[in-house]
Design a protein around this ligand. Structure first.
Ligand code: ATP
Ligand code: MG
Length: 277
């Protein structure tokens, strides 16, 4: 397929040492006394500064894989390394936005956003300026002192994104981070993420169901099979992202890649339906 660049054409991603190395990772869960395989021998290397999206059928293990990287779920087999070190638990080097946007219910919006900044030892004034900037950016002005229970789902998601973006961890692990947002806010947040990624070149691993979002934002899209999940196809996305969103999504290149990824996901979803029928 001509629209898909080879790994070499994309640039130096393959020659730089990998920041994240996932090899032969398997996950078994116990359910009603039985053990079942959620992930099967997943291999994935991610270079520093890459933006990798993971797409695939519901229940294929995307969240599980991300939370294993976050250090919240141990692997049953295989290994996960970050900067050469085995992942043994959560750390401030990784900022996680959970699918359920897990906020601290006992903290206000401002305190939630400042949470990791407090732990990373920023001076008070700088911390407050960053929190204020994100309150404005995320459209949360007026809700600084509200508690999560007083917010809508979309607002909670914006607080969760702000909390993670604000302290700029080296690795962002995002589980359907824009799923609860209305279409306009979603585009604003996607562009904010793209802007952050372009300036900071953090390593991003994002799970999404939205193929357009994956292609628009990522340097690589990995398609997972139905359960037990493994990575069945990878697409390198060498898009020129210097233009506006409108310019990018209208190019033949964007549309060609988008259709190829969409077909690949559709194959997996169809197979998962046949398998469970
Ligand atoms: N803690 C757990 N205990 C038992 N089973 C689990 C646990 N966490 C996940 N599972 C199961 O593992 C499989 C993968 O779940 P996971 O949440 O990773 O899927 P997903 O790809 O993120 O799905 P979705 O797209 O719907 O969010 C599912 O069958 C789920 O029921
Ligand atoms: Mg999930």
């Amino acid at each position: 397929m001509t629209v898909l660049a080879t790994r070499e054409a994309v640039g130096s991603a393959s020659v730089r040492p990998a920041k994240i190395v996932i090899s032969g990772v398997t996950k078994r869960f116990q359910r009603r006394g039985d053990s079942f395989l959620a992930l099967s021998a997943v291999d994935l290397d991610i270079a520093e500064g890459e933006f990798v999206s993971i797409v695939g059928p519901s229940g294929c293990g995307k969240s599980t894989l991300l939370y294993m990287l976050g250090g919240f779920v141990p692997a049953s087999d295989g290994s996960m390394r970050i900067d050469g070190e085995p992942v043994s638990g959560p750390g401030l080097d990784r900022g996680v936005v959970f699918q359920e946007y897990a906020l601290f219910p006992w903290l206000t919006v401002s305190q939630n956003i400042g949470y990791a900044l407090d732990r990373s030892g920023r001076p008070r004034q700088e911390r407050n300026e960053i929190v204020e900037r994100y309150i404005t950016l995320m459209g949360l002005r007026g809700f600084e002192n509200s508690f999560p229970r007083e917010l809508s789902g979309g607002m909670k998601q914006r607080v969760a994104l702000a909390r993670t973006f604000a302290y700029r961890p080296g690795i962002l692990l995002l589980d359907e981070p824009f799923g609860a947002l209305d279409a306009q806010t979603r585009e604003i947040m996607q562009d904010e993420l793209l802007r952050l990624w372009k300036t900071d070149r953090k390593t991003v691993v994002m799970v999404t169901h939205d193929v357009d979002e994956a292609v628009y934002l990522s340097t690589r899209v990995c398609v997972m099979s139905h359960r037990p999940g493994r990575i069945v196809e990878e697409f390198d996305i060498a898009l020129d992202r210097s233009g506006s969103r409108e310019e990018i999504v209208l190019t033949d290149q964007y549309r060609g890649i988008r259709n190829a990824v969409w077909m690949s996901v559709r194959r997996q979803v169809t197979e998962s339906r046949t398998a469970t029928a």
